[in-house]
Design a protein around this ligand. Structure first.
Ligand SMILES: Nc1ncnc2c1ncn2[C@@H]1O[C@H](COP(=O)(O)OP(=O)(O)OP(=O)(O)O)[C@@H](O)[C@H]1O
Length: 282
């Protein structure tokens, strides 16, 4: 369980990144953290990992205060940054043998199977692997770690198309009910049909935090050749006008995360209870 109350964070005093954040996350979810470049997605994950310290507020991850970086906390949280973080002079195999004792539920056979599926040679020095291959080693470590909280920063950045699909399938099939995965990304399409929940960060605030199933129940996504009068958001595209409506009798549709993101970052307010509050056309 993660709880954030009244959290504030800034790198520079005069430029606050987050103000008064409140957030809660129960185990068993794959949560997508979406936001424009520079909005603070990576910083948010680093705060949860205890690598950056809040300036104000309360933060609890699995009952721990991340900034104390206690051993019992570190063995339950695995963070994969966007940039490669692995020691280049070791092979994936050697690095795994060093890392494994720190993670009590680490599953070696899963790690080896994942590297095979990702077609990465576990005996090759990490520095001789490509960016995408190194990323795969980090993801294989995270998915094999058995940690209760897995923090992934842009996990699909650098992966080829079939590896993205492998990653999605493995993530869903390996996740236990007591695990939580937070994924910061701007590659929204890569995670379609993977997320249970989505959080959209914008201008220092959480502008949307909702389960995908609730969004699919409450919103209707469509494309029309003309304006849709009761749309809460519409956006011209090559196919016609893409729109979002509150759902009444319309058939359930797949949540169009890109359109939802456009709507929320354009100022459309969709409350957790998904009540109609305003509308916008761009
Ligand atoms: N070490 C630092 N010192 C000062 N400012 C920083 C530092 N690291 C990040 N920032 C600033 O904090 C803001 C948030 O950065 P962050 O990397 O968390 O955003 P992001 O949403 O992950 O961005 P992107 O999508 O481009 O990866 C940016 O404006 C960035 O310039």
């Amino acid at each position: 369980m993660i709880t954030i109350q009244n959290l504030a964070f800034s790198y520079l005093k005069e430029k606050p990144l987050f103000k008064d954040l409140f957030w809660e996350c129960q185990p068993g979810n794959i949560v997508g953290i979406l936001g424009k470049n520079g909005v603070g997605k990576s910083s948010f994950l680093r705060i949860l990992a205890g690598l950056l310290f809040p300036k104000k507020g309360e933060l609890s991850v699995l009952g721990f205060s991340p900034q104390l970086r206690e051993a019992n906390f570190l063995q339950e949280v695995f963070f994969v940054p966007d940039e490669n973080f692995l020691p280049g002079y070791l092979s994936a195999h050697s690095y795994r043998t060093i890392l494994q004792p720190f993670y009590p539920r680490f599953d070696t056979s899963t790690f080896e199977r994942l590297l095979q599926r990702f077609e990465v040679n576990s005996q090759e020095k990490i520095k001789d692997l490509s960016f995408g291959q190194q990323k795969k080693v980090g993801l294989a470590m995270a998915l094999s770690s058995g940690c209760s909280v897995i923090l992934l920063d842009e996990p699909t950045n650098g992966l080829d198309i079939s590896s993205k699909s492998t990653f999605r399938k493995e993530l869903i099939s390996l996740l236990r009910e007591d695990q939580t995965v937070l994924i910061a990304t701007h590659l929204i399409r890569d995670l379609e049909n993977t997320l249970d929940r989505v959080m959209i960060l914008d201008q220092g605030q959480i502008k949307l935090d909702a389960d995908l199933s609730d969004l699919a129940d409450s919103l209707h996504f469509g494309v029309s050749q003309s304006d849709v009068p009761d749309a809460i958001f519409s956006h011209p595209s090559a196919l016609g006008v893409q729109f979002i409506q509150y759902r009444t009798t319309q058939a359930q549709t797949v949540v169009n995360l890109e359109l939802l993101f456009e709507a929320v970052t354009s100022g459309v307010s969709i409350s957790p209870r998904l009540k109609k509050t305003n509308s916008l056309t761009v």
